[in-house]
Design a protein around this ligand. Structure first.
Ligand SMILES: Nc1ncnc2c1ncn2[C@@H]1O[C@H](COP(=O)(O)OP(=O)(O)OP(=O)(O)O)[C@@H](O)[C@H]1O
Ligand SMILES: [Mg+2]
Length: 366
């Protein structure tokens, strides 16, 4: 186990004008599970490869277990990686695949056997040790790839989209297994995904990356309740947050088809802004009562009954809003609906910088 620290870390690929990763700062806790999430090309893999030493960082410093690893070769960093394309050796059995790296390092045979069997038991592949990779399912192969990393008992795990080759159901299962595994082993882990649900469910802390810059590093709850800016707000949460451009006046934020009453906290946060970007999550919109002080009126374009909830998309002025409503509400395409949102559930963003002016207050645990 080890604390990993990235201090002003940046990467400029040769010949490239811009930085693929810039000014990345993070100190993990010992044994922490950190998720890197963000759209394609935002620098997730580059960051992982710099921690692993497979790619030189061109700015800043990286420390593993308190040691500056600038210039330290990958094999000397005591790190194990699991990647999306995990290429097992096809001619070797599961047992040989699992033990290969230990054998290379000259570990005694009995020790290799013991470690391989322990890991195989933890991963539930102990009955498959004599098989070749082609005789395994996708999920089983993924487990062998994980096992190969675990047997090495590294200080740090780096996992770059290790589940993206699996189908949706298997992914959810493996997700839970990786979390359990992390609880058992307690090894500091960096996990890359572009799936925000995976990030939220797995990460003790989540780094949201955009264009090579960390937008926010926080716990899943904090990212959801107090996103640093409009990008994070739109990225975290499914369905995504709705955004409206509003004009301020008379203690209200209004625009075509909507007028929202603001509470004292929102008015304070809005300051002297004439216009604002207002964010509201689908789960905070509800069908309005006649006396609702905040109203958004629109035409229903799509109704998606998901069973536990129903999602509707409604055209309000120039925007399409998504609302999550109880399945018992009867709403059809083409209906005119009036939606409402409680004032303390509104998010406000600076229209120019897009930073958060007001989020929603964290609910204290009961
Ligand atoms: N070897 C390379 N040479 C030059 N540019 C590169 C190289 N590898 C990556 N890049 C660029 O660096 C940026 C970050 O790439 P990176 O692979 O880290 O993104 P990512 O977040 O892992 O994306 P994805 O989700 O698609 O895997 C991209 O703009 C990419 O084009
Ligand atoms: Mg990548």
């Amino acid at each position: 186990m080890a604390i990993v620290e990235l201090r002003h870390v940046g990467k400029r690929y040769p010949g490239s004008e811009s930085l693929a990763v810039s000014d990345f700062n993070l100190v993990t806790k010992d044994g922490e599970f950190v998720v890197l999430v963000g759209p394609s090309g935002c620098g997730k893999t580059t960051t992982m490869r710099m921690i692993a030493g497979l790619e030189d960082h061109t700015e800043g410093d990286i420390f593993i277990g308190g040691v500056n690893v600038n210039g330290v070769a990958p094999r000397d960093r005591d790190i194990a990686m699991v990647f999306q394309s995990y290429a097992l050796y096809p001619h070797m059995t599961v047992r040989e695949n699992l033990g290969f790296s230990l054998k290379l390092k000259g570990h005694p045979k009995a020790d290799v056997q013991k470690r391989v069997e322990t890991v195989a038991r933890i991963l539930g592949i102990d009955k498959l040790l004599q098989r070749k990779p082609r005789e395994l399912s996708g999920g089983q192969r993924q487990r062998v790839a994980l096992g190969r990393a675990i047997v090495r008992q590294p200080k740090v795990f780096l996992m770059d989209e290790p589940l993206s080759n699996l189908d949706a159901k298997l992914r959810v299962g493996m997700r839970a297994e990786i979390i359990k595994l992390h609880r058992t082993l307690g090894v500091t882990t960096f996990y890359v995904t572009h799936d925000q649900t995976e990030a939220m469910t797995m990460g003790q802390r989540v780094v949201v990356l955009r264009d090579g810059r960390a937008q926010q590093i926080d716990t899943p709850n904090q990212l959801y309740q107090q996103p640093a800016n409009r990008f994070v707000a739109g990225f975290i949460g499914t369905p995504a947050m709705n955004f409206l451009t509003a004009t301020l006046g008379d203690g209200r934020a209004a625009g075509q088809g909507f007028s929202l009453s603001l509470d004292a906290a929102a008015l304070r946060a809005a300051g002297n802004n004439q216009t604002l970007c207002v964010g509201v999550r689908p789960e905070h919109l509800h069908l309005a009562h006649d006396d609702a002080s905040s109203r958004l009126t629109g035409t229903v374009e799509v109704v998606e009954p998901l069973g536990a909830v129903t999602l509707i998309q409604a055209r309000v002025g120039g925007a399409t809003l998504t609302a999550q409503i109880p399945p018992i509400e009867r709403v059809s395409m083409g209906d005119t609906v009036t939606l409402s949102c409680d004032a303390d559930r509104l998010y406000l963003f600076d229209p120019k910088t897009e930073s958060l002016l007001k989020g929603i207050t964290l609910q204290a645990a009961p």
